[in-house]
Structure formats: structure tokens, C-alpha cells
Design a protein around this ligand. Structure first.
Ligand SMILES: Nc1nc2c(c(=O)[nH]1)N[C@H]1C(S)=C(S)[C@@H](COP(=O)(O)O)O[C@H]1N2
Ligand SMILES: [Mo]
Length: 220
């Protein structure tokens, strides 16, 4: 099981909490993926900003482990070699960060979440997933969002192993939700029958985070 140590509150954490309270960046517009590629309130960037709590844990690939546990028939515990031995999938997708930058056409390689689900076989009453990271970060997803067709546990970007600053050895990528749902430095995946809000979700950010509906912040 992943340890639930709380990461420290940084200046960034306090600033982003304040944005949630103020409703910063909300446009009040609704846009649909069919109509426009760029969600409301977002702007395009060509570079790839680094956003995290500032801890950036360095996990050597030979010491990395993925622990999949909870409401599943077959708990999974893979080292990096076992992870790479799973069926490999490639997707090209867009990134939408809640701080308003978006980046198009990111090429990811890794294990699709659907292949992971086939391996661990969640129980019928499982509805939620919590991602636990090596920096103490957590984020929650509904099982159906985790199981999206283009979601994957990525080890490479643009054909190269993922840099530490972007979450290597392995990060989650869930392209249809704001990027805070895409946990970097993935350590464990916990399957639950009840929802359990994560780091940003308990600090004023939306529980689901759909960029097309501009679900930046929680309602209350
Ligand atoms: N483990 C971990 N994952 C994380 C974060 C974090 O602080 N720790 N930050 C999230 C946020 S808020 C964003 S916008 C993206 C940023 O990913 P990037 O640095 O690769 O652009 O990672 C997400 N995943
Ligand atoms: Mo973010």
C-alpha cells in the first residue's frame, strides 16, 4: 500500500487554492470537443510547462514499483521490466491544464488503462480510482473516466523515456480531463467502492475536471 503522507503546502498550493476561491479563469462559456479543439478559457503553448508540488522524486527505473490494490480480483505488483512486458499502446492527445495552458499532439507510449483493468479485474461494485504518487500527491477519478479509451500509464513521450520533471518513470495520462488528474511519478492505483477526493480536489478544485464544461473548481 502506498503511504498517505501529506505533501507540504507550498506558495503554489496557496495561490492555486485562492484561484479556486475566486473562480479565476472562468469564462462562463461552454464549448464541445466537436465544435472547437481548444476548450474555453485555454490558450495554446508550444513548450511544455512543468507543474507539480515541487518535490520531484527521483525514482531509478530499477527501483520503481506499481502497486494496484483495493476492490480488485487480481492485485497487481509490477516492477519496471514487468510493466514493459505488458501490451504496449501509443496515443497522440492534447493536454489541458487548469492554469489555462493547452498543448496539442503529445505522443505517449505505455500500458492502456483498459489493459490494466483487464489484468486486475475490478469488482462489480468498484466505481472509483485513487492514484497515489511517489511525491505524496493523490488524485481521484471515476472508474469510467480512468477507463477512457485514450487513457494510459505512460513511460515515454515523443518516443523518449519520460523525464523526471514530467513524471518519469511512469505517469498517468487522462486526456479528456484537466491535467491535474494525470498523476506523475505513479506509485499505486487504489480501486474503491466509494469516492475519495485527492490533493487538489480537497483544495477547491472540481471533483471531475472536464475542460469542455470548464469544471475548474468545486461548486461550493
Ligand atoms: N505526482 C504528481 N502528479 C501531478 C502533480 C503533482 O504535483 N504531483 N501535479 C498535477 C498538475 S496540477 C499538473 S498541471 C500536471 C503537470 O504535468 P507536467 O509537469 O508534466 O506538465 O501534473 C499533475 N500531476
Ligand atoms: Mo495543474
Amino acid at each position: 500500500m502506498a503511504e498517505d503522507r501529506e505533501p507540504p503546502e507550498s506558495k503554489l498550493t496557496r495561490t492555486k487554492q485562492r484561484w479556486a476561491q475566486e473562480g479565476r479563469f472562468l469564462t462562463g462559456k461552454i464549448s464541445r470537443p466537436e465544435e472547437a479543439r481548444l476548450p474555453p478559457g485555454q490558450h495554446l503553448t508550444k513548450d511544455w510547462p512543468v507543474l507539480d508540488l515541487g518535490l520531484e522524486p527521483e525514482i531509478p527505473r530499477e527501483r520503481w514499483r506499481l502497486d494496484v490494490y483495493g476492490a480488485v480480483e487480481q492485485p497487481v505488483f509490477w516492477d519496471y521490466t514487468q510493466f514493459l512486458a505488458q501490451r504496449q499502446t501509443q496515443f497522440v492527445s492534447d493536454i489541458h491544464c487548469v492554469t489555462t495552458w493547452s498543448r496539442y499532439d503529445n505522443q505517449w507510449d505505455g500500458v492502456s488503462t483498459r489493459d490494466l483493468l483487464a489484468a486486475c479485474q475490478p469488482h462489480d461494485d468498484t466505481g472509483f480510482v485513487v492514484l497515489h504518487s511517489y511525491d505524496g500527491y493523490t488524485t481521484n477519478l471515476a472508474l469510467e473516466d480512468f477507463a477512457a479509451e485514450d487513457a494510459l500509464l505512460a513511460h515515454s513521450w515523443s518516443g523518449k523515456p519520460l523525464d523526471v520533471e514530467h513524471g518519469g518513470p511512469v505517469r498517468l495520462v487522462v486526456p479528456h480531463l484537466y491535467f491535474w488528474k494525470s498523476a506523475k511519478w505513479l506509485q499505486a492505483i487504489e480501486f474503491l467502492t466509494h469516492d475519495a477526493p485527492g490533493y487538489w480536489e480537497v483544495r477547491g478544485y472540481h471533483n471531475r475536471g472536464d475542460p469542455w464544461a470548464e469544471q475548474r473548481y468545486s461548486e461550493d
